[in-house]
Design a binder for this molecule. Structure first.
Ligand SMILES: [Ca+2]
Ligand SMILES: [Ca+2]
Length: 299
């Protein structure tokens, strides 16, 4: 009898205790962070800001180093950069239609104004022609060697309603063009003549933490597609703020992520890979644009 009474008492005590501790856990909340802990997607990526801290770049990925910044007084809303054909300066474009030569020491020359919302540019390395993304949905070209006329290529029909969240990035990719938009982090591939080669696809399908395309740059030497996300995401914690993403060249896989918030404060809408200087040029689109030389090892 004594042992069964003891067993009964223990049952009551432990039952009560476990019930209390269960209630306490739910109220105090240590359970909540555990529930939110990130679970990797099938492709190894993570979704949501909670998981951002747990992302680790692969060991053989480029490593970000020193950052040098210049305020370019008079360069208005710089939103696209690409290396010149001889890689001795960069071409630049801005939202107010301005077309610049930007030098590696932070000096610049204003070439002309095209009265267009110029947001991104890239070069055909065969011809030196500059392909331009213009908001909301225009693809244009400035032909070498005179670089004095903005010529129509086509409109991206899917982006017609994107307004000032339209095309921001364009990249020369194996004789074709990538074009990317802020809205939905969507991108397409087009021929140099303006024929659509791939349907609208969101980079979020392989990288759930990207909010928008601020700029894109294809690195042919390493077959990588670099994309900068220009959104602070202060109200959308499901996406990472101000981040540089490195995808495989065909955009089928996210490889590495680089947070930029420690030095980009405004609206980073430019990324340009430069192997000669072992860096990626990044710029904040603002009334006096800010150019950042971001050095990398193993770029
Ligand atoms: Ca841009
Ligand atoms: Ca714009």
């Amino acid at each position: 009898m004594k042992s069964s009474i003891l067993a009964f008492c223990l049952l009551v005590v432990f039952g009560f205790t476990s019930c209390v501790s269960c209630t306490t856990d739910d109220n105090k909340g240590p359970v909540a962070p555990i529930k939110k802990e990130a679970v990797a997607n099938e492709d190894g990526t993570y979704g949501g800001a909670q998981s951002a801290a747990s992302w680790t770049n692969p060991e053989d990925a480029p490593v970000m180093g020193k950052v040098t910044s210049w305020t370019l007084k008079g360069v208005v809303e710089l939103s696209g950069l690409c290396l010149s054909k001889d890689k001795d300066f960069m071409w630049g474009v801005g939202d107010q239609g301005d077309f610049y030569k930007i030098h590696f020491d932070g000096t610049f020359e204003h070439i002309k104004n095209f009265d267009n919302d110029l947001e991104g540019l890239c070069m055909d390395p065969e011809t030196g022609d500059l392909y331009i993304a213009s908001e909301p949905n225009r693809i244009r070209v400035i032909r070498a060697p005179n670089y004095d006329t903005l010529v129509k290529i086509c409109e991206v029909a899917d982006a017609a309603s994107y307004e000032n969240s339209g095309l921001e990035g364009i990249a020369y990719y194996k004789g074709q063009l990538y074009v990317g938009a802020q809205t939905g982090a969507n991108y397409w591939r087009y021929s140099l003549k303006g024929e659509k080669l791939s349907n609208k696809t969101s980079l979020r399908t392989v990288c759930p933490t990207i909010s928008e395309v601020g700029d894109m740059c294809y690195d042919a030497e390493r077959d990588r597609l670099w994309v900068i996300d220009s959104n602070s995401n202060s109200t959308r914690p499901e996406y990472l703020p101000f981040t540089l993403y490195m995808f495989s060249g065909d955009a089928s896989k996210i490889i590495a992520k680089y947070p930029l918030s420690s030095f980009t404060k405004n609206n980073p809408e430019v990324c340009c890979v430069d192997h000669t200087h072992n860096c990626i040029w990044i710029a904040d689109d603002s009334s006096n644009s800010i150019l950042h030389k971001v050095e990398f090892s193993n770029l």
